[in-house]
Design a protein around this ligand. Structure first.
Ligand code: SF4
Ligand code: SF4
Length: 675
């Protein structure tokens, strides 16, 4: 069903235009806002102040309660959505407030507060412009910070005409705001209760911070005689100093602003009710990895940088929270049946983790969720079994190479998954030079074993030319990442154990080299965890992790001289740039000088994502199209990348556009162009 919804969104040309211009504009503002700031340092600070252990949260809550009560506030702990709604409705009834005003609050969306109040005969009026527009349109928000971002000005003008009988020029934003103000002002004075969320709650004083650009939050909190603050425990921080660390990143990551127009610090000064919502939070605060989600400051940038969100928008996520954190929170808060399906909306590009200002390893949480929810269906499990049986996989690869052309007729993308030969056959005829150089282990991985055999052979030759004595594991071996991504826990563990067994005596190698950043990421970051039930394998996985390098990392270390007389461009594989936090682009461009043409948006994903490229083909192809457009724009003769998956996908994308640009692996390119 999500697949069908995504396809529908891809066909909506207005939505595609709106999302693309929003995401691109946001990235430009983000760059500008962070400017000279050290993003990684700032986020480390935020991550530290938001440490989510249950004991810490409890301690912060007790301090907040004590200080808020000193100012006469009531503090209520709601165990779930029903409990929170019931309490808030009782406050409204007691105040005889049939109209309440609200400022934007994702927590109130989480508990479906408006719906509950409506059933109780209470009209909740949204006062954030985006939320108000959606209330008129009777649509849910599609973004955590900019709820109506999927709508164009023209659509909003039409909505005003239909619902308010107001004629407005779509280009006259000021006029639209004026109309909204006119309609909202009445509600502000009529309401006896104002409901807000909180961006932060400072334990040492019982103060909340509200960030808005329209000033509506301040009005909601101050004009009606009663203020209700609905918030999750994760909004608590110890001190003002800690809150300021969050304030430094939140506007930058949320709207690309240095500071929001209105930052209100509100300590209770009239009848105030704080409703702290649990709804599962305190339980997952104890989880070894899901607790990280409690660091979220709801900036929305994991959606803004997500290539999938850019294509389908927020409504496809089926619930309140969208983007990477939406995939996670929907499962943790709602345990809904869509949670497993939502996982298919992730291409595994790691942009969310890379740009999260709270330092949440979102991609790992998604991977863990995939495993815990056992996402893999029969087809994915079968494919994983194949990768675990090298004999079968080799026979399959040989058969696929013979029917390559027929595969192309069936689905042109599939023919790119078939190589001409297999690595182990090529290896038999390869004459290796005896070398007294340092021993390195070349870890080919599945893509080289079964599709890109030539690049595997070229890597061995390159390692020899660099003065190393390369060896390979005696049998084909998978790093386990395809199984993790597809949510097949038992195959992932089997692959990891087998991997550790086949990388024997890691100590004797100076390095373990891969030409696939995904394998490198899996060997470095996942293997140990997958082996945790076997202490012996766990230890070995730990010992080998620091030896793993991609060929790009090795080239930067060894710095061989290369030259090319052709114009070359380079595509950054996501798992290297955003997983291993490395790119050989600087090295390559320094070597190739004027013959190097950088791609626009160097961190853009090609949309491959392994099984994602087949499971969600239309979506994957649409992400690819954007990347290919910028590749073609470079007018380079050749595009280099160092991930077999990206190579496969870019080759397919270029062929669809009828482009003759060559695609080459970094390893092969360097070997051919060594001086
Ligand atoms: S997970 Fe990170 S990037 Fe996403 S909304 Fe939360 S803080 Fe922002
Ligand atoms: S890994 Fe990439 S595709 Fe998946 S949720 Fe994060 S940003 Fe989106």
């Amino acid at each position: 069903m999500i697949k069908e919804k995504a396809k529908e969104k891809l066909k909506d040309a207005t939505l595609q235009r709106n999302l693309s211009s929003f995401c691109r504009a946001f990235k430009a503002s983000w760059e500008k806002a962070y400017g000279k700031w050290d993003f990684h340092k700032l986020r480390e600070e935020v991550s530290a102040v938001k440490r989510p252990e249950k004991e810490r949260i409890k301690r912060r809550f007790e301090a907040f309660k004590k200080n808020a009560e000193k100012h006469g506030a009531k503090v209520y702990q709601a165990k779930d959505a029903e409990d929170a709604c019931r309490y808030i409705a009782s406050v409204c009834r007691k105040a005889r407030s049939n109209v309440v005003v609200k400022s934007k609050s994702m927590t109130s969306e989480e508990i479906r507060l408006n719906l509950y109040l409506k059933r109780e005969g209470i009209n909740a009026v949204e006062t954030d412009l985006g939320e108000w527009i959606l209330q008129l349109a009777q649509e849910p928000p599609s973004h955590m910070v900019m709820p109506a971002i999927h709508k164009s000005r023209e659509e909003v003008a039409e909505l005003f005409r239909q619902k308010l009988n107001e004629e407005v020029d779509p280009n006259d934003i000021k006029q639209m705001v004026k109309i909204a103000r006119k309609h909202l002002r009445k509600a502000f004075f009529e309401a006896k209760v104002g409901i807000t969320g909180a961006n932060m709650a400072v334990a040492e004083t019982g103060t909340i911070a509200l960030l808005t650009n329209e000033g509506n939050g301040r009005l909601v909190a101050t004009v009606p005689p009663i203020h209700v603050v609905l918030l999750g425990y994760e909004k608590l921080v110890d001190s003002f100093e800690d809150a300021l660390k969050i304030l430094r990143v939140l506007p930058k990551s949320a709207t690309g602003q240095n500071i929001s127009t209105y930052v209100s610090w509100i300590t209770p000064h009239k009848e105030t009710h704080f409703v702290f919502l649990d709804n599962g939070r305190l339980a997952f605060a104890e989880h070894e990895i899901y607790s990280e989600a409690l660091k979220c400051i709801r900036c929305g940038s994991c959606a803004n940088f997500c290539p999938v969100y850019e294509k389908v928008g927020g409504h496809v996520f089926g619930h309140v929270y969208v983007g990477a954190v939406g995939i996670i929170l929907t499962a943790l808060f709602h345990k809904s049946s869509v949670s497993r399906e939502l996982l298919s909306l992730c291409a595994g590009c790691k942009s969310c983790s890379y740009y999260c200002p709270a330092g949440i390893p979102l991609d790992r949480l998604i991977d863990r969720l995939s495993l815990d929810l056992e996402r893999a269906d029969f087809k994915l499990k079968l494919a994983n079994r194949l990768l675990l049986s090298p004999g079968l996989a080799q026979r399959g690869a040989k058969a696929a190479s013979k029917i390559k052309d027929s595969l192309s007729g069936f689905n042109p993308k599939l023919s790119h998954f078939a190589g001409d030969t297999i690595f182990r056959d090529e290896l038999k005829s390869l004459k290796t030079e005896s070398s007294s150089g340092e021993k390195v282990l070349f870890f080919p991985g599945c893509a080289v074993e079964y599709i890109f055999a030539e690049d595997g052979v070229n890597t061995i030759k390159l390692l020899e030319r660099l003065g190393f004595a390369p060896e390979v594991p005696e049998k084909p071996v998978c790093c386990g990442y395809p199984m993790v991504r597809s949510g097949d826990a038992s195959s992932a563990t089997k692959a990891a154990l087998r991997c550790v067994e086949l990388i024997k005596d890691a100590e004797k190698y100076r390095w373990i080299i891969t030409i696939c950043p995904t394998c490198a990421f899996a060997l470095r970051e996942l293997l140990q965890n997958l082996c945790r039930k076997s202490p012996e394998h766990f230890k070995k996985a730990h010992r080998l992790r620091d030896k793993v390098l991609t060929i790009g990392q090795l080239l930067e270390k060894t710095d061989p001289e290369i030259a090319s007389c052709e114009r070359i461009t380079y595509h950054n594989p996501c798992h290297q740039l955003k997983g291993l936090l490395f790119s050989p682009q600087k090295w390559l461009s320094a070597k190739l000088k004027e013959n190097f043409v950088p791609l626009k948006e160097p961190d853009r994903c090609c949309g491959f994502g392994g099984s994602f490229s087949i499971e969600m083909q239309e979506l994957s192809d649409s992400i690819l199209e954007d990347r290919i457009a910028s590749v073609i724009e470079t007018k380079a003769a050749k595009i280099i990348t160092d991930c077999p998956g990206c190579m496969l996908h870019i080759k397919y994308g270029l062929s669809r556009r009828g482009s003759r640009m060559e695609v080459e692996h970094l390893s092969t390119f360097v070997l051919k162009n060594l001086k």
